[in-house]
Design a protein around this ligand. Sequence first.
Ligand code: NAP
Length: 634
Amino acid sequence: MAEPFTDSDAEIRAALEAAHIPALLASLIHFTGNADHLDDFPVPVADITNMADEHGGIPAERQAAARDLAFAHLTRWRAAGYPALPRPSTAAVKRAMNFVAGGAIPAAYDAFLTAELHLDGLPTATGVTIDAPAAAKAACPVVIIGAGMSGLLAGIALSQAGLPFTIIDAQSRVGGTWWANRYPGCRVDTPNHLYSYSFEPAHEWPLRYSTQPILQEYFERIAAKHGLHQHIRFETRVESAVWDGHDWQVTVTGPQGTETLAARAVISAVGQLNTPKLPDIKGVGSFAGPAFHSAQWRDDVDLQGKRVAVIGTGASAFQIVPEIAGKVAALTVCQRTAPWLLPQPAYHDAVPAGKRWLLKHAPSYANWYRFALFWSLTEFLLPAVTRDAAWHHAGSLSEMNAGLRALLEASLAEQLADRPDLLAKSIPPYAPGGKRMLVDNGVWAAALKRDNVELVSDPIAAIEPGGVRLESGRLVEVDVIIYATGFSASDFLVPMQVVGEGGVELHDKWAGDAKAYLGMTVPGFPNFFMVYGPNTNIVVNGSIVFFSECSVRYIVGCLKLLVEDGVTALQPRPDVTAAFNARVDAANAEMAWGAPDVSSWYKNASGRVSQNWPFALVDYWNATRAPERADFVG
Ligand code: NAP
């Protein structure tokens, strides 16, 4: 909640200069209890055509009026000694939501968005309580696998629910992917005021999109605040989890050797992107110099003055290349498929001190700022990446998708106007949305244009001791190779052995095609849960933190059934699971990433999209509010 302040009028005015105007105007309903003032302002435009303008096109003169109004309220509140403010009416809240969204939000979103606003105060991790005697809770120990964003979240949730838990992590620190990926330039591509736990907002984020060290610090701080370290076993691997009919026997190997922990439930929070993948190129391993994967960055390899090849042009390469281009002697970027770039001029921008002040002190401004970000990423790109069966144009899926393509092509054309050779290589053949779009503020194109950088699109024939052999016959001689070639994402939970009922091993059951109910539970594997499991990745909408919060809320709801109702072995019904996956597959086939001509980490070896959630965020929120008892046996 907003903290009282002693700042001068001039300081308040200066802070207001950095306000997100739609969020600021929405927040003023908390001073008045109504939304009447919104009549005096034009409704902002919140769509992809004005992504760079966070004021939604509200003209400068009305922005100034909004700041004046906010100044009057803030200073009156200060003069009155920071009294409690009226609860705005439900109608005023809805009106403010519509205003920030730039139009009427469908009623189906009301409960979801109202919950997301958290106007009644910060939530707990899940909002779920387990009402049972201490002994019943003590009898339900849980093993959480992974101390990354989702594993820490699960730990906090279990701690708040009063259940005993142990977190196992193979790394030496918390942070998961943010500790594993320490390559130069590593940063989040979702705005940070959204890429953070809803119950742990960080008003002091220094950057709009944090770099890896800042995110690492956030997760370390939150883990410490919630006392998680005493529950975590670092540098410890889960070898296997075996269901014995009542408990999971989880065998772990760590600094103290191998032991087996008994758990009533297991929560896997190992993520989808934890197994680096080297390319299937002839001769990988034969290079004479240092060669390493982006997620296994070698700080001991000094790139200064070296000839370097980066293989891949996905999200990791996209961040590495601009960072190292200025220090290496020569950089060859080997591109197999060009990525789509999503313009965001503010990608590397700092959060102005004034905005940080408002987040901390202006009543409910932080809620509305997060809401504005949340809505801007909720669903509005989803229709633009959905197939229209009547649309038959190569490289696009629908009229809207073609419009998006034109917008993105125009941005590339503008950035590479002076380099038609680069432009020709930089327009992806597939429809926008087929792969994750890369958040772009121009540093990629600027790096590619440097004299010491070459973008090579000839296919690679082999890796040789001296460098990269292209199919054209040319040998690109280099001193260092960086494989930014992604992860074995569809090999969920590898290399763990997970043995469920009847001695069935999970990977044998999956046979390379991982499926789960709502991404979390699998028939035959009682009390075994996954966060960020199959079909829970999002491509163009939302924040993965939101998804993890939904999953963990649902999982704690399942644990509640174990502890409160004495259920011993909860598992989803096979028919419910099959029907769910049939719906997911049908919907994924309609999405850009499901198109047959697109290959990506979203698909498994059989070509099925095993990673992505094809529906709206509100659908996952609704589906995960609490487990439906009828969906389960046990
Ligand atoms: P990726 O998106 O899977 O990209 C791998 C790249 O390597 C692609 O350009 C791919 O080309 C290329 N490649 C793979 N095998 C190859 C081969 N045999 N020959 C030539 N090129 C080959 O992996 P990533 O960049 O590590 O990103 C993975 C995911 O991690 C992202 O989609 C995102 O979800 C997440 N991530 C996020 C951030 C962020 O938030 N900022 C940063 C990094 C990663 P093709 O496209 O032709 O397959």
